[in-house]
Design a protein around this ligand. Structure first.
Ligand SMILES: [Zn+2]
Length: 344
């Protein structure tokens, strides 16, 4: 290779390295409060591979995960999972069977908290994803069958960890297969409102921004819920791909206005193929770019249409990325301090 060609090669290489996105907020640790790795120890080690890619290539510190179990798989051996998490993971007990009756008895909840579980994940999505007939189970989250559970959580201060109510509901001309039935949707949302009214002291993070983030008027309803129920918080898991559906300025203003109550999350699960790990890092990268930059990002965490970045201010990002999580989930602050983070 001639010297000139070699110089060109170096220049191109330099351009490629420079093209790698570097976060302006490399000093802000990020906590993903919505993950589903459950008991999958090899997959937990792949979470660390994702962490290393983000740290080495993009100056992003993905510092900590809240593990919510996965579907029918609750976290069985807490100590083994925490050991695999090397001080960077906390776990919630989980229940994906609300429509058939919750798995954990109210009297057992305090014991789980004492063991070190940081919350209780409950899935109460559309009943028709689980039940053939409404009459066969408990279709809505405000069913009186669940009352003793919410009452006990409220009494002992157990966090509702990414409680899932409803599925997303798009505007009438953009519902597709997934963003469907507005009538069932509002029955589910109003049922959740009933739970909040009954239990104003219930400390809860709602999965997927309570699925009230796909229409501008839904965001106004979120403003109402947050103003009315001071213990209500929201995670952003799996919402990024829907940001195109609402006004960019409204969404940005909402997140800034309610930044004390919004937490970063993804809904990432397990994977067994190491070749997929780099793609998982890219998924995180897209979510971070949407929150931090003014770039047009090609898809949210789970893909989807182009999203205009929100350029959220530093103090908002700090709250969403970790400060709110430290306030809400017991013991996470202590673990972060042990890892060497300066938490103020
Ligand atoms: Zn989830």
């Amino acid at each position: 290779m001639t010297a000139r060609l070699f110089f060109l090669f170096l220049t191109l290489l330099g351009a490629k390295v420079q093209a790698q996105f570097q976060s302006e907020f490399s000093d802000i640790p990020r906590i993903d409060v919505h993950t589903h790795v459950a008991n999958d120890i090899p997959a937990i080690s792949r979470y660390f591979d994702v962490r290393n890619i983000l740290l080495d290539q993009h100056a992003i510190d993905l510092a900590f995960w809240i593990n919510l179990g996965d579907g029918d798989t609750p976290i069985i051996d807490l100590d083994t999972v925490l050991k695999a998490g090397k001080g960077r993971m906390s776990c919630a007990i989980s229940d994906y069977t609300a429509h058939d009756g919750l798995m954990h008895s109210p009297s057992s909840l305090k014991g789980f908290m004492d063991q070190g579980f940081v919350g209780y994940k409950i899935w109460s999505g559309p009943w028709y994803r689980v039940l053939k007939n409404k009459e066969e189970g408990y279709p809505y989250v405000d069913d009186l069958a669940h009352e003793p559970t919410f009452a006990e959580m409220e009494r002992i201060g157990m966090v509702g960890a990414s409680i899932h109510v409803a599925d997303p509901n798009g505007p009438w001309n953009d519902r597709g297969d997934w963003l469907t039935d507005p009538i069932e949707y509002w029955k589910e949302i109003t049922a959740w409102h009933t739970v909040l009214t009954r239990h104003p002291d219930l400390k809860v993070v709602m999965a997927h921004s309570n699925w009230l983030i796909c229409q501008d008027a839904q965001i106004d309803y979120l403003r109402y819920l947050l103003a009315t129920f001071p213990n209500l918080n929201l995670d952003l898991a799996a919402t990024f791909q829907y940001f195109y559906m609402v006004s960019h300025d409204n969404l940005r203003a909402f997140i800034i206005e309610w930044s004390d109550r919004i937490l970063f999350g993804t809904d990432i699960g397990s994977w067994s193929d190491d070749a997929v790990t780099a793609e998982r890092a890219q998924q995180y990268l897209r979510a971070f770019k949407i929150l931090e930059t003014s770039e047009i990002v090609n898809g949210g965490f789970f893909g989807g249409p182009e999203i205009q970045g929100l350029t959220l201010p530093r103090e908002v990002l700090e709250k969403i990325y970790y400060k709110n999580a430290l306030r809400i989930y017991p013991g996470v602050g202590e673990k972060m301090i042990k890892l060497g983070y300066q938490i103020d």
